[in-house]
Design a protein around this ligand. Structure first.
Ligand code: GRF
Length: 211
């Protein structure tokens, strides 16, 4: 059973998907031991508390030096013996202090099909505004490993979602969350916790499920 630490910043719908997936048996090889937010008002914290999951706030305001912020998160996760860090709607940037120590043990959910509409400045609604502006017919979500490059780590899972001609950024965000994010994030977490992910250079291979 692996220990999962979840980083959140906002509404926590992806955290809720993980909690529900554990309760529903979709995630059976991991358990959430701590939820950490950089935002003390994040509703995600209330979702965790409702399920009696330990919560903490680590705010960038308290760490003017970026590396100290990374180290505060790193020390917290190590104190909980976290094996996997999941960024579930986490909006703060982390650096090599954390990504090196947890190399290939941090995953993130991004609301587009990477390499489209990702990288610096692409987060939340901005991602969907760019997709609609470009006129793509398909967008979706990506779960990837986190390294020092924003949205640059190896891709684990992706799921496409159609873009409708009357979509607004809000309607597209909602459909991608419901139809893609909340499905592939729990699936990727279980694959990691069940030791079914092999990383070969920048490619992820998923091992067959040996019953
Ligand atoms: C989601 O669109 C997610 O893809 C992005 O942050 C948004 C909010 O996520 N990373 P949540 O509701 O806080 O999980």
């Amino acid at each position: 059973m692996k220990n999962i630490g979840v980083l959140v910043s906002g509404g926590g719908t992806n955290l809720q998907a993980l909690i529900d997936a554990i309760k529903g048996g979709i995630i059976k090889s991991g358990r959430i031991v701590t939820v950490v937010s950089n935002n003390s008002n994040a509703y995600a914290l209330k979702r965790a508390e409702k399920h009696r999951i330990d919560t903490s706030v680590i705010s960038k305001k308290d760490y003017p030096v970026a590396e100290d912020f990374d180290r505060a998160i790193l020390n917290h996760m190590k104190s909980y013996n976290v094996d996997l860090i999941v960024m579930a709607g986490f909006l703060a940037i982390v650096g090599k202090t954390l990504t090196d120590e947890y190399k290939n043990k941090i995953i993130n959910i991004h609301p587009s099909l990477i390499p489209s509409f990702c990288g610096k400045g692409y987060y939340g609604l901005k991602v969907h505004e760019a997709a609609i502006e470009y006129g793509v017919k398909v967008s979706g979500a990506t779960v990837h490993f986190v390294n020092e490059i924003t949205d640059g780590g190896a891709i684990i899972l992706q799921k496409p979602v159609s873009v409708l001609c009357d979509d607004t950024p809000e309607t597209l965000q909602d459909r991608i969350m419901r139809e893609a994010e909340w499905k592939i994030l729990p699936e990727a977490v279980e694959l990691f916790c069940a030791d079914r992910l092999i990383i070969d250079a920048n490619k992820v291979i998923i091992k067959e499920n040996v019953l």
